[in-house]
Design a protein around this ligand. Structure first.
Ligand code: BGC
Length: 376
């Protein structure tokens, strides 16, 4: 009798162990790889590709060479359950039709240039206006809406994609032929790295960034997700989001993220129309050694850290998403469905001599790196 009950309890322990193992640590079987497939074509028959980058740790990312758009990013949670943590569309047609820069490389100049006008060495330049009276994200056809040359690569520790684009002299009003290379890479430390490189043959403003919309929960809104930004100042903007030139202390304002807090905590208090964060934070960090931003999703346990060589970051809380966009799997993207962390130089820098310089000159190299690191 005693023996039978011992066997039963042993069996129960065994079942419990199996159940726990299955639930808590779903085995990840994928190995590092990069593949290419067709993602359709543009109206003029230009073919577009979709690349899949996988690491050994369960991260799986799709990128297209149209706009360098990250179309999906599957990241495991604390139980090993993977979810797509970026907003976007299922197919190329969505991106061709209408997109608030979902997942894209933004350039030649990320964010706004007031009235699209600036001077370099006394010469005046005028860029197309595409955001009220201002120029936004490189204009009507910025780097997010062109097809990049792409070449995938794989080393022992990394998979990646080298994207290249030659932006011609006067394209979108900008001076100079700008030769741009953006390298995306993914390693087994769960780091997604962006290396930007550009050279020019005439002085020109350059400010490249990545415009992925993240939702670390994979669904719902981002208000409970906790944000830490190591920035003690932000650039004050006017009602059309053009910097006034003032760098204001975040202390005592809704823009204080120097201690982690839920994005939703002071969101209403930011004011603005629409209400929310759409501001450039002046980072206290310098270089890739120190974490600049950390976002934590309490339920899934997903954590995203940002390391950057840029002096600023546009923290955008998806204020303009208004429920009119139906994205992946028919998901309706409402206000605050995702956040962007666009590492960058400050908006409208060509018109603010006191801001860090954004003018690239012949013979110089524009070279900057940002890393998004995921953990759980
Ligand atoms: C800008 C927002 C803009 C959004 C996308 C952000 O970088 O700061 O104002 O609405 O990009 O369209």
């Amino acid at each position: 009798m005693k023996k039978a009950s011992q066997i039963i309890s042993l069996a129960a322990v065994f079942v419990l162990i199996v159940a726990l193992t299955a639930g808590c640590c779903k085995k990840n079987t994928q190995t590092m790889n990069v593949t290419q497939e067709s993602f359709g074509m543009l109206a003029d028959s230009t073919p577009v590709s979709l690349y899949t980058l996988t690491n050994d740790k369960g991260i799986n990312m799709n990128v297209t060479n149209y706009g360098g758009i990250i179309t999906s990013l599957m990241v495991p949670d604390k139980n090993g359950k993977s979810e797509d943590i970026v907003l976007g569309y299922d197919s190329l047609s969505g991106y061709l039709d209408k997109t608030p820069y979902f997942g894209a490389i933004v350039g030649r100049y990320g964010n706004r240039i007031a009235k699209g006008a600036f001077r370099i060495d006394g010469n005046e330049f005028h860029l197309p206006i595409n955001d009220g009276p201002n120029h936004l994200h490189g204009g009507i056809q910025g780097f997010d809406k062109v097809v990049w040359d792409a070449k995938e690569f794989k080393t022992d520790s990394t998979v990646g994609l080298v994207l290249h684009y030659l932006s011609k002299d006067t394209e979108m009003g900008y001076p100079g032929n700008l030769d741009v290379t953006v390298t995306y890479s993914l390693n087994n430390n769960n780091e997604l790295r962006f290396d930007y490189l550009a050279t020019t043959d005439k002085p020109t403003p350059v400010n490249l960034t990545q415009h992925s919309y993240f939702n670390l929960a994979g669904d719902g809104d981002i208000k409970e997700q906790e944000m830490l930004i190591k920035a003690s100042k932000y650039t004050v903007v006017d009602s059309l989001l053009i910097p006034t030139g003032e760098l204001r202390d975040v202390k005592g304002t809704p823009f204080d993220f120097t201690a982690a807090k839920p994005i939703g905590k002071d969101l209403e208090a930011t004011g603005g129309n629409p209400i929310g964060y759409d501001h450039n934070f002046v980072l206290d960090t310098k270089g890739l050694e120190e974490v600049a931003i950390k976002v934590t999703e309490p339920k899934s346990g997903r954590v995203m850290e940002v390391y950057t060589q840029e002096p600023g970051v546009q923290f955008y809380s998806g204020n303009f998403l208004d429920g009119t966009i139906k994205g992946k799997g028919g998901k309706v993207y409402k206000q605050y469905s995702g956040f962007c962390l666009e590492t960058q130089h400050f908006p409208d820098s060509p018109n603010h001599a006191a801001f860090p310089n954004t003018i690239l000159r012949p013979g110089e190299k524009y070279k900057t790196t940002t890393i998004y690191k995921f953990s759980k």
